[in-house]
Write a protein that binds this ligand. Structure first.
Ligand code: MOS
Length: 706
């Protein structure tokens, strides 16, 4: 498919969020803010043991609390039907696969009473010794067939061992990081109501179509009998990508009690109930010539999953795309432990994998005596190394050069620990970014009536990204009308079915269907000489055929970017702070300059958190995370943030979709942590290979005691 874009005036413009006023004035309703008449409140009871089985649940004390309605346990809870995701299989048996697993659900007239009841439920367990600690030689490690996203678990090209063994310049480094948690501002919440045999839920989700499709078989219903509404969502970052237990528990409790039920997961339960980025141990080996050109590249990932299901952080996958590597080995090995189940977190795979690869590239640059930007220029591949496919567009080098120019990169003295201001060591670092272009088939509908605006309907989800607004812009240009002539409806399974907001694929996937529906409507309108007939006009679109063709594309499609950081490290306190962060991204056509800027800055902020602040500590005795609130799990606050700049390069890639967009939700986090880590090395002269770079770790590295 080759296209040229006939850009209308709406796309690219900094249109303000259509729901912005509703959000800042508090009239936008989130899942827990819908209160059907007679609603009761549910509070989960989380397992307190690392693993085992429930032998007895004592509920009498809880049921004597004022306002008590019911306690659901695996004995009395409604039986669930088929389930493709075992994390939703709650209160069906006595298993406790990990600490924090839901073992009972208290239901009461008020949230306070439900909380008190949950505390009064007494659970007896049979337990056994848990297996909770991941090591690079854990006996349970196995090579997975598929990593997250369907990527092949292990790939081998050429002869890595021979090539690495004879390379004159070599790096062999292992990078580790603990778990990271998504912790969206809005907790996972659902309000469920049964009417007759039909179920309606307001769920905080990244995709109501997916929730509907998975709830229906669980409750033995036709999909038409399940309505899922996710009109406003306060962040997700992957944690709400597929249904989470709260929606199943709320629906079960509503069926059990005969009342509508509201359930918001307590923040403390989110650490184990809704997924996280899995810990990784990543060994990267790079073999290069004296000129820095890589001849051998190995990226070997060790990670963990739970005993509930296999999820493998696909951290070695970006190494298959980034650099010249005639001999390559990229592998994922995983151990299933008695721990909570990991899942998607913003740029799963790329965020963790590019931390390791881009740190190793920095080490290679130093060993080869090359500037880190120049090293990447020398390793720019002609085609995607692993697939041999040409890139639809790839502006990594242009992004690095533009970033270097804007940042003033070449003003640096490349020698480590060469810049000092009193107690502060100053350094700069760079890293590359990448994220694949993903798209899924979607439906959409466009309709108009005489004297009315154009009404576009699609079950897209706006998790805070600006998706609603950008889809209206897509519609306006496809219809060739001003933006204020378009009205858009998203966030309900009663709308045309659409994929979830994930994999940075939403705008491209939904937008393609919206564009198609609107162009079809415009063609119909032309048939009527531009006059809307009395009965109105409707056009529906489905992009299944387009996406089938797309899947067979001969091109490798990815976004690229460059991240630059300046840090200061206090030699007395060990505190590293970022002074400047600058990203340049090449991500296809940017469809809304205001919300896109916000996405890039947001991703970079999350990358700063990953580098310096965020980290979940797995308690080896309990197999559960120690950080259970936003005081101990420190996401960046405004005071942590430096001057941040996000820029982008214009790209006109006609091989993507009608809008020419690549997706921007995730690339901002990719490479940020490596750029900051490389800057900390440049500042201190000490290589830290474990995240986050907390003061105690830095002080120890500097040879200072805490
Ligand atoms: Mo995103 S982690 O693909 O929801």
């Amino acid at each position: 498919m080759e296209r040229t874009h006939s850009a209308g005036p709406a796309l690219g413009a900094p249109a303000v969020r259509l729901e912005g006023m509703a959000k800042v004035t508090g009239t936008a309703r989130y899942a827990f803010e819908h209160t059907p008449a007679g609603a009761a409140y549910a509070w989960p009871v989380a397992a307190t043991v690392p693993c085992g089985r429930v032998t007895e649940v004592h509920v009498n004390e809880a049921l004597s609390e004022p306002g008590a309605v019911a306690v659901l346990t695996h004995v009395n809870a409604p039986r669930l039907g088929e389930c493709e995701d075992p994390i939703l299989w709650v209160l069906q048996d006595d298993r406790v696969p990990h600490r924090g697993w839901c073992v009972a659900l208290a239901v009461a007239d008020t949230p306070e009473a439900a909380c008190a009841m949950a505390a009064a439920v007494r659970v007896e367990y049979e337990t056994w010794e848990p297996d909770t600690v991941l090591t690079a030689d854990h006996p349970g490690l196995y090579a997975c067939e598929e990593a997250n996203g369907g990527a092949v678990g292990s790939r081998e090209r050429g002869d890595f061992d021979a090539s690495y063994g004879s390379a004159p310049v070599r790096i062999d480094a292992t990078y580790t990081m603990g778990a990271l948690h998504n912790h969206p501002m809005e907790p996972h919440a659902a309000t469920a109501e049964w009417q007759g045999g039909a179920l309606t839920v307001h769920d905080s989700s990244q995709g109501a179509t997916t929730v509907q499709r998975m709830l229906a078989p669980l409750f033995g219903l036709e999909e038409e009998r399940v309505t899922v509404i996710s009109e406003h969502v306060g962040g997700g970052f992957g944690a709400k990508g597929t249904p989470r237990p709260q929606v199943v528990l709320a629906a079960m409790a509503a069926r059990h009690t005969g009342r509508p039920v509201k359930l918001a997961l307590p923040r403390a339960h989110m650490a184990c109930a809704v997924g996280h980025r899995a810990p990784t141990i990543q060994r990267v080996r790079l073999g290069a010539g004296e000129d820095g050109v890589i001849t051998a590249l190995a990226h070997e990932v060790v990670t963990q999953t739970s005993k509930v299901k296999e999820f493998v952080e696909q951290a070695a996958v970006p190494a298959r795309t980034m650099y010249t590597s005639p001999n390559s080995r990229t592998t994922h090995r995983v151990a299933a432990l008695d721990v909570p189940t990991p899942s998607w977190m913003r740029a799963p795979g790329e965020a963790s994998g590019m931390y390791a690869l881009e740190s190793a590239m920095d080490e290679l640059a130093e060993r080869a005596g090359l500037d880190p930007v120049e090293l990447r220029v020398r390793n720019e591949p002609e085609v995607e190394p692993d697939s041999g496919k040409p890139f639809s567009s790839r502006q990594l080098i242009a992004a690095l050069r533009e970033g270097a120019r804007r940042f003033g990169w070449y003003e640096r003295d490349p020698r480590p620990r060469s810049r000092r201001e009193g107690r502060l060591l100053i350094g700069t670092g760079v890293a590359s970014s990448t994220y694949p272009v993903l798209m899924t088939a979607s439906r959409a509908e466009a309709r108009t009536e005489p004297g009315d605006v154009f009404r576009v309907r699609v079950n897209a989800t706006d998790i805070g990204t600006g998706a609603r607004t950008v889809l209206a812009q897509v519609a306006a240009d496809a219809l060739d009308v001003p933006l204020d002539r378009v009205s858009i409806d998203i966030g309900s399974s009663s709308l045309p079915a659409a994929p979830l907001a994930g994999g940075s694929s939403g705008t491209a996937s939904w937008g393609w269907a919206v564009d198609k529906a609107c162009r079809a409507l415009r063609a119909r309108l032309d048939e009527f000489g531009g006059e809307v007939p009395a009965a109105g006009l409707t056009a529906v679109a489905d992009t299944s055929a387009e996406l089938e063709k797309e899947a067979a594309s001969p091109y490798a499609k990815h976004s690229f970017g460059a991240q630059f950081a300046e840090v200061q490290v206090d030699v007395d306190s060990g505190e590293a702070r970022v002074r400047r962060l600058l990203g340049v991204f090449a991500a296809g056509r940017i469809l809304n300059s205001r919300t896109a800027h916000s996405q890039f800055i947001g991703g970079m902020t999350m990358g700063l958190g990953m580098a310096l602040l965020e980290g979940s500590t797995l308690d080896p005795v309990f197999g559960d995370f120690a950080e259970r609130d936003l005081a101990s799990y420190h996401v960046p606050a405004c005071a942590d943030l430096p001057r941040m700049e996000a820029h982008w390069l214009d790209e006109d890639d006609g091989r993507l979709n009608p809008m020419g967009s690549k997706g921007i939700g995730e690339i901002g986090i990719v490479g940020t942590a490596a750029a900051i880590g490389n800057a900390v090395y440049h500042a201190t002269g000490v290589r830290f290979r474990e995240l986050p770079l907390h003061p105690d770790r830095i002080l120890a590295g500097l040879g200072r005691s805490t």
